[in-house]
Structure formats: C-alpha cells, structure tokens
Ligand binder design. Structure first.
Ligand code: ZN
Length: 437
C-alpha cells in the first residue's frame, strides 16, 4: 500500500518513500489520502536564485524563515546564492559551513551556488567536488565588499575552469563602467536618479560581453534576472550563434514597472531596476515566445531599517520569494494566456534539466514526490501576516492575485497546508548529477 495518494480531477498520484510510485486513474487507497479535486497539481517550484543569508546574516532572513516562505509559495527546492551569507561561498570551508547550517534550518531541499571572484579560481574545483550547481559572478559591484565583481579576465578564466568542471557560470549582467559612472553623476538619492543610473544599455553591454566570453571559453552561461525584453533577445541571439546560455527573469520584472517604484519606495528597489511599461511588454513578448528558460525570485531580503530613509542608500533587493507562482498564474495564465505547461517548465522542469537535478522538476514515476497543489482561480490579497519570511517586507503586499497555493508536498511530506507550515523533517542537500545530460 502506498504511503499517500493525491486524488486529482483526472489522475491520482501514489507516493511511497518520498517518491512518486504510480500515476493513474482511481489508484488504491493509502494511509494518507489527499483530496486535490479542483486543484492544479504542479511539480514543486524550484527557485534557482535567492539569498537566505545563512550563516552570518540571519537577522536579514535565514533558511528557516526563507524556506517556509518558499514552501508557502509552492516551492520545494532552492539554490542559495554565494553572497549575503558570511562567509561567502567561495571555498570548500565556507561551503561546508553553509551546508551544515542549512541542513538544520531549511524545511525545503536546497542546493548551493559557489562564488566566482578575483582570486578564487583555484578553489572552483573543490567547490565542484562539494556539489555546487555552478558559480555566480558579478559584472558590476555586488553591494558587498567581501564579494568583489569579476573583471573580464577573472570571468574568462572562471568560465574556462567551469567548462573544465562541467558546471555553468551565472552572471549578474550590468556594466560596471556605465553603472558606476552614472551613479557618480547622481545629485540626490531620488528614485528617478537610481533608475537612470542603471539603464537597459548597461544590461545589454554586459550580456553581450558575457555571452562572447562564454562562447570562446566553451562554457555554459546562465544570465540571472534579465530585466528587459531587449536583454532576453540579445541573449537569445547569442544562443542562436552557439553560446550555451540559459535565461532567467524574475516575477517583479513581469509584475511591476518603474512607476510602481515611485509609489512603493525602497521595498521595490532592486538591481537591475524595474523597467518602463514598454520594456515590460517586450519582456512578456519574449516570455510568451518561449525564449526565457526560467523564472526565479532573486529573493534578497534586508531588515526594515535598511529599507527606509534615503532611497539611494537603501538596500537593493526585492523579497518576494512567496509570490513567484501566484504572479505567473495571475499575470501569465489569466492575463497573458501563458499555458500551465509553460509555467511548469519555467518553475520546475527547465531548472531541473539545466542544472542537472534528474530526481526533480517533473511529475513522473520514480521522481521525488515534490508537488504544489494550487487553486488557480481563487483570488487572494497578500497581507503582511501571510508572509512566512523573517521581515514582512514585500512589494506584493496589498496586491490581489489569482492563484493560491493550497498545499506543498516535499518528498511525500506535506510541509505547507491551509496557510500553515507543518514540516516535520528538514530539507536535504541536493547536488547536480554531472553524469546526466
Ligand atoms: Zn541575487
């Protein structure tokens, strides 16, 4: 007898020992019966880009609260970025500390990015050995002095080493020269000044350079948080010319525009910044055309005191980890006719394939039983009290979205249901399977 059966409108899913054991109509009963009639069943959301800041800055977030918010949004696996935790994940010792901390605190499964910074290329092999999903580099200042940006030679050397190790390099693609030069010209700390200091051309220039270096190095490249349709188009052009590149965008670029930043203030400050409605339309056009590979939150939280006062000095980062799926269902499925199959690709199957996690990302026999049960027609207004993250700072507060996560199941265990976190066991570390293609 199965441990659990999830009964859906057309098919049932039987779960044994945390894995999907059978899929079919009217499966035999099990110890635990879950009624999913009227609900859409997605594979658990995989968030390939977020910052839970543990160890070291758990007063900003921490994996206990961060993974709870992820689970409340239908997530079952995240990839933590190498910065905002202390120490940054740039060598094996830092990796070991982070893995040990997250194994205790995370309720979802987790994987780790390594860092690529000037001077740590000799440490990339030991990080690969530990099981990083890839290496993250900044092409402009990261905002943290302990994680310096990669100059062109560091990036090129790092791309070649990553290629040798069979892992991708992820880049924050904004030009240092353009953003730094324009930032120096800023007279006051207004929202408009910030937006104009990080124009789309800064993104385009960096994407062009990174894709060229990656092609020359024979490396896999992942461009994080592409904020503009033109950025996606440029990366897609590089792909057509032979660069092995994957393209990520974030829900906030699909949901908010620069007009919203003026209304919302620092809670909607991020880099690259939110764009004009015209740029956002172009991003939607690319997403609907299938050019974007995945949507990740880039959850980048900070304590409230870092999000107040002078806009120019406020921490840049949007803390929206709980809302990714709801944004895609509301704005994507309901408003733009984005299919549920494409949403599944963007949040689960493409991330699992690109980063080689063969046990996750699809609902199929033998896979981990990671599921998000969603009422796609139910509307809910997000309130601060709904947020499971440490600080109730999200630009989505007050927004009404169609698409409510009712239950999240991680390896067969319900970890979120009816608005409550109910996990009994911790999440597990997940590493890429470099033998799979
Ligand atoms: Zn980030």
């Amino acid at each position: 007898m199965a441990d659990t059966v999830v009964r859906g409108d057309t098919l049932d899913i039987a779960i044994e020992d945390g894995k999907i054991a059978a899929i079919g109509p009217e499966l035999p009963s099990a110890a635990e019966e879950i009624d999913a009639h009227g609900l859409q069943i997605f594979p658990g959301l995989i968030d390939v880009h977020l910052h839970f800041n543990e160890p070291g800055r758990t007063n900003w977030e921490g994996a206990a609260t961060g993974s709870s918010a992820l689970a409340a949004g239908g997530g079952t696996l995240f990839f933590d970025m190498p910065l905002n935790s202390t120490p940054c994940t740039v060598d094996a010792a830092a990796f070991d500390r982070k893995r040990a901390a997250l194994a205790k605190s995370s309720i979802t499964d987790f994987a780790l990015w390594g860092g690529l910074i000037p001077g740590n290329i000799p440490q990339m092999a030991e990080l690969a050995d530990r099981g990083v999903v890839g290496f993250k580099a900044f092409l402009c200042d990261s905002g943290l002095p302990e994680f310096p940006r990669a100059d062109d030679l560091t990036l090129f050397d790092g791309l070649r080493e990553a290629a040798r190790l069979g892992l991708p390099v992820a880049v924050h693609a904004e030009s240092q020269e353009i953003t730094q030069g324009l930032t120096r010209r800023i007279e006051n700390g207004s929202v408009r000044d910030f937006l104009s200091s990080r124009p789309v051309i800064a993104e385009l220039e960096a994407i062009q350079r990174a894709t060229l270096l990656a092609r020359e190095a024979g490396a896999k490249l992942h461009i994080v948080h592409v904020s503009s349709g033109r950025g996606v188009a440029l990366a897609a052009q590089a792909r057509a010319q032979g660069t092995d590149v994957s393209i990520e965008t974030c829900p906030h670029y699909l949901f908010f525009t620069e007009e919203d930043v003026e209304r919302l203030g620092a809670v909607a400050k991020c880099a690259p910044p939110l764009r004009s409605a015209v740029d956002q339309d172009a991003l939607w056009t690319q997403l609907l055309a299938g050019t974007v590979d995945m949507v990740a939150s880039d959850h980048s939280p900070a304590p409230p005191e870092m999000k107040t006062g002078d806009y120019g000095k406020a921490w840049g980062g949007i803390a929206g980890v709980q809302s990714t799926l709801a944004v895609l269902i509301d704005r994507g499925y309901h408003c733009h006719k984005l299919s549920l199959e494409r949403i599944t690709s963007l949040i689960a199957s493409d991330p699992a394939r690109r980063f080689r996690i063969p046990s996750k990302g699809a609902i199929a026999v033998g896979m981990d039983a990671d599921l998000a049960l969603v009422d796609i027609s139910r509307s809910a207004q997000l309130q601060a009290g709904h947020l499971k993250q440490r600080h109730a700072l999200s630009p989505y507060i007050g927004s009404t979205l169609r698409g409510c996560v009712v239950r999240t199941i991680r390896r067969g265990e319900t970890i979120f249901v009816s608005g409550e976190i109910v996990a009994r066991t911790p999440g597990r570390f997940v590493r890429p399977d470099l033998c799979t293609i």
